[in-house]
Design a protein around this ligand. Structure first.
Ligand code: THU
Length: 133
């Protein structure tokens, strides 16, 4: 199995563990880090709605806790009739641990359907330069 197929399978598996009783919208994500390790996440909602977290946020937290710092590929999978893109906040989260080559793969229940660079999805990102450091 290719690294990308494995990444997709891990995102799909994580999606089955989503906790989405309020939206009914399960999302899975999986990150392939520069070390070759895979970290997965799912959305975890909360009765206090703003406390819910996205699948990408979970996968990125797991990656950082695992000691990795660079996202090589990230797959996001949802089950609706339309492909979903990471939300604005998650694009910023991905940007933090991305480089120019990082790929964001959008998938449905059949497989990966579209692939973008982070610059294509977040062309004018808020970055360290804006801090003036
Ligand atoms: N969601 C994600 O997990 N990732 C995204 O990229 C978009 C939205 C979740 C948040 C919420 O639990 C549900 O999908 C509906 O918005």
């Amino acid at each position: 199995m290719s690294a990308l197929s494995e990444l997709y399978e891990q995102a799909l598996k994580a999606r089955t563990r989503a906790y989405a009783p309020y939206s009914g919208f399960a999302v899975g994500a999986a990150v392939l880090s520069s070390s070759g390790r895979i970290y997965a996440g799912c959305n975890v909602e909360n009765v206090s709605y703003p406390c819910g977290t996205c699948a990408e946020a979970g996968a990125i937290s797991a990656m950082h806790a695992g000691g990795d710092r660079l996202i090589k590929d990230i797959v996001v999978v949802a089950g609706g009739s339309k492909l979903i893109s990471p939300c604005g906040a998650c694009l910023q989260r991905i940007f933090e641990f991305a480089d120019k080559k990082t790929k964001v793969h959008l998938a449905d229940l059949e497989g990966i359907k579209k692939t973008y660079t982070i610059a294509e999805l977040l062309p004018v990102a808020f970055s360290e330069e804006e801090l003036g450091k």
